[in-house]
Design a protein around this ligand. Sequence first.
Ligand code: NAD
Length: 476
Amino acid sequence: MSDHSNLHLLIGGEKVSGGGRDMIEVIDPATAEVLGSLPTATTDDLDAALANADKGFHAWRKESADKRAAVLTKAGQLLRERAKDIGTLLTKEQGKPIKEAIGEVIYCAMLFEFYAGECKRTYGRELVRPTGQSARVIYVPVGPVAGFAAWNFPAINVARKIGGAIAAGCSVIVKPSEETPAAGIALVQALLDAGVPGDVCQVVFGVPDEVSRHLLASPIIRKVTFTGSTAVGKHLTKLAADDMKVTTMELGGHAPIMVFKDSDVDTVLDTMVGAAYRNAGQVCVSPTRFLVEQDLFPAFRDGFVERAKAITVGNGFDDATLMGPMANDRGPEGLAKKIANAKDKGAKVDAGGERIGNQGFFFEPTVLSEVPTDADIMNEEPFGPIALINPMANADAIIEEANRLPYGLAAYAWTNDPKLRSRLAADVEAGMLAINGANVSAVDAPFGGVKWSGHGQEDGAEGVMHCMVPKTIHES
Ligand code: NAD
């Protein structure tokens, strides 16, 4: 398996590197040391990938669903066999605890296995007219896909970009993050080893804006799928509009956790504190704004702070580590700025608030409380190990604050009141709502947001259907 000593592009099934291509250094976030050098695609590389994707698509779309299912199943099996090795690459380049990294690779295996079944169920429908005429609606693959993935889940983000496309019969060119390339390369290699043709699934790297502009300018690409910030998502959606390409945008969030007065404080804390600091808070569905009904607030804040202070931060390869470093040097810097702004506005720092040491990108698990809504951090995704806890007057105030932001990815609520649960299901503006739990992601359920958090879903039947378009055949 390739590692950080021989990073490469995958074009037409070939490992491409060297040849005077510009190189990008890949950094270990736990030490800030260089892990390896990543070659970037030349314009000729990108054009070759596009030509391959065009050719690959026209063959792959004609393959039977059984064939596509077989390779996805085999890729799942290979990922399970390679989970420890790929997980090790992932922790090295991204920092998360090794158990979480291995779990991430297993999730990718589960997703490919789920899609293997789902690609056989892309049913159409028949509309029979009394006059004897009929119309048939069939679903066909949208065409070659360009996928751009972020560094926070180097394996899952890439798997979500390519899994649905391959299941649907599309070809795909994926650009994993240049900061975390090895896990993405290994993931695609598993698909190639499982029998996906080299022109159907390809990997490129480069200066992100240059690569996306080049690929999106080509009429060959019919769909763009992106995971990352809302700002870049809007930019790519505008570029895609020039050629009316289909888009799936998995963008930022700012998840509210609504803690209503009938909740058991310890149960909520036992579930949600770990979730808030998972992957050092660099998760698009990270629980961020804790909106706690007044009476519960003092005990909730004290219990939260106690648990946050007990989290062991360290190198992802140490057994005791519960939280690794932030993934890049932008992380601690950006978070420190947002904390300073919140303090200026009157927020209380109840735990953490500082960078740890000067080696790597570690940051303390942080708790702010009574944070004014005009603080930057109450409006912009912090994407770091921080929880914001505010007392709220009543249920109405909680729901109003939950919906205040333009984001709408995940939301969490704690209550056993059946009427309130129905109201939340109807009124909370989010793509995913967890009630009395912390999990909003499962391979068989659609994952995606509303408003500025994006559109289109990955995972679930929707993950395949968003790579297909309906075609209606009217027959007389
Ligand atoms: P970013 O949006 O600049 O980068 C995210 C990913 O997109 C990176 O892997 C990058 O290589 C790629 N990218 C950037 N510009 C691109 C372009 N023009 N074309 C194609 N790909 C491009 O975000 P960042 O600076 O890495 O992180 C900042 C913020 O982004 C975070 O604070 C967070 O809000 C958000 N973010 C969200 C997610 C998510 O899962 N939704 C993931 C990562 C970052």
